[in-house]
Write a protein that binds this ligand. Structure first.
Ligand code: 4AD
Ligand code: MG
Length: 430
């Protein structure tokens, strides 16, 4: 029976066929210990000369890392084995050999590994991260689908900026026009919310940021919910519930992967509602008290975000940033128009911003004024202004960066490992 390593416990005592690749091999004279990986896990296969015969035994002796192999054998529970099971090999088929696989168990530099990202993803840690990424994405979809949000896709080719004009990737769109790769689906999401009530979009997002930090990719995945008839409070509640749901799911279903990454589970277990909520003013005061050189009116840098999040054992919602440093569409607080009804969620342990969003301007005149102040081409935003002409309502939403969340949950250092093929300032290969 064909089996997968992740289900091996169900096959205790049975004869199975495992199809995969040789991850590692040790030999002690009459026994080969082959670590097989099949994409779902790793398992030790024990091969004796007696069981497979001299010929097969000798061929296995020269088998190199990443050779494709099929193993027939019997599953046996073994307390000492990493996954609790081993396989006693009855037959080994070599599907294809692998010569001089470049990534060996010894240490390699990051550039070396990044140049071989298409192979590096076979490594146990990388597989664990990508499985957790899958779980995060699945949990996000379940969260919104279960709450009646409608998935409505937004375009990737767009005629105008959403998040400021400095980080746009231009694309030649046939003869005349320049299009831009989307920075956010938000503006279209707002139109979709006026049609469908509560919506989300989930897709790749592009930022031509010249930043070389470990938190920035030029192509990343963002999930963006948007709700008609919602205020900042509701946006914060939704963001909090989403983060709690995602972390809870990974803790429940991806223990093994978190263990591979040696993640401190206790820190994730503390991610429970309610999250502390802090105004920008209060955060600025806190930074001053901590002796950081921060002035009211500026945006938080990575060290500032770390200093703020250090105060708490779970994510923190920082709200009401100065309007001047935020996007054109942010609604000013009626009680204090110099700050916007916006929120950033900062992850604990210094992982920084994972969510940004808030309430949108619903007044036509003010929105038009902001478009002009930001020197945005009004023609390109006429459709967006229509949403304020025809039945405008208070509304809001946010964007959550998947790689930021995966990086934090996995407890890894850099966003580049949180996506199969990272795109960065100096990297577009492979
Ligand atoms: O804060 P941002 O720029 O917000 C928006 O784009 C809004 N229009 C979203 C909305 O309200 N619908 O980006 C949202 C999130 C950030 O909090 C971060 O998690 C992620 O997207 N992000 C990045 N992730 C990786 N690399 C980058 N260069 C990122 N820029 C933003
Ligand atoms: Mg932001």
């Amino acid at each position: 029976m064909i089996a997968y390593i992740e289900d091996i416990a169900r096959h205790d005592g049975q004869a199975v066929t495992l199809r995969g690749w040789l991850h590692n091999r040790r030999s002690s004279g009459k026994i080969h210990f082959l670590t097989l990986r099949d994409g779902t896990g790793f398992i030790q296969c024990v091969m004796t000369k007696q069981a497979v015969g001299d010929d097969a035994f000798m061929r296995a002796d020269h088998l190199a890392q990443e050779s494709a192999i099929v193993v027939d054998g019997t599953v046996r529970a073994d307390q000492r084995a990493p996954g609790g099971y081993e396989v006693d090999v009855a037959r080994l088929e070599i599907v294809s050999e692998s010569l001089n696989y470049p990534i060996t168990p010894k240490e390699h530099g990051v550039d070396f590994l990044m140049d071989r990202r298409h192979l590096w993803i076979r490594a146990p840690r990388q597989q664990a991260i990508l499985r957790i990424r899958h779980e995060v994405i699945d949990a996000v979809r379940d969260f919104f689908n279960a709450r009646g949000f409608i998935l409505a896709d937004t375009p990737i080719f767009t005629p105008a900026a959403c998040e400021g004009t400095t980080t746009l990737f231009p694309v030649q769109y046939f003869d005349e026009e320049t299009a831009y790769l989307t920075q956010s689906g938000q503006l279209y999401n707002e139109a979709n919310a006026m049609a469908l009530g509560r919506v989300y979009c989930f897709g790749p997002t592009f930022r031509a940021e010249k930043s070389k930090t470990r938190r920035h990719l030029t192509e990343f995945w963002m999930v963006e919910p948007e709700m008609a008839y919602a205020d900042l409070e509701e946006v914060m509640n939704l963001a909090e519930a989403l983060v709690v749901h995602v972390v809870e799911r990974v803790l429940r279903t991806r223990r093994r992967e978190l263990a591979v990454l040696e993640r401190d589970i206790a820190k994730l277990e503390r991610v429970k509602a309610p999250f502390p909520r802090l105004s920008y003013d209060a955060a600025a005061k806190l930074l001053k008290e901590k002796g950081l050189p921060f002035e009211w009116g500026g945006d938080f840098g990575a060290p500032d975000e770390t200093a703020i999040s250090e105060q708490f054992d779970r994510p923190v919602c920082v709200h009401r940033y100065p309007s001047a440093i935020k996007a054109f569409y942010m609604k000013p607080d009626p009680a204090r128009p110099d700050v916007a009804l916006c929120v950033d969620v900062l992850a604990p342990e210094g992982y920084g911003e994972i969510i940004g969003g808030g309430q949108r301007i619903d007044d036509y005149d003010l929105l038009l004024q902001r478009i002009k102040e930001h020197n945005l081409p009004q023609e390109a935003f006429e459709w967006y202004l229509d949403l304020r002409r025809y039945g405008s309502v208070p509304h809001g939403g946010f964007g959550m960066g998947i790689e930021r969340v995966v990086t934090w949950i996995c407890g890894i250092d850099h966003l580049r490992e949180a996506i199969p093929y990272p795109r960065m300032l100096y990297r577009i290969y492979p």
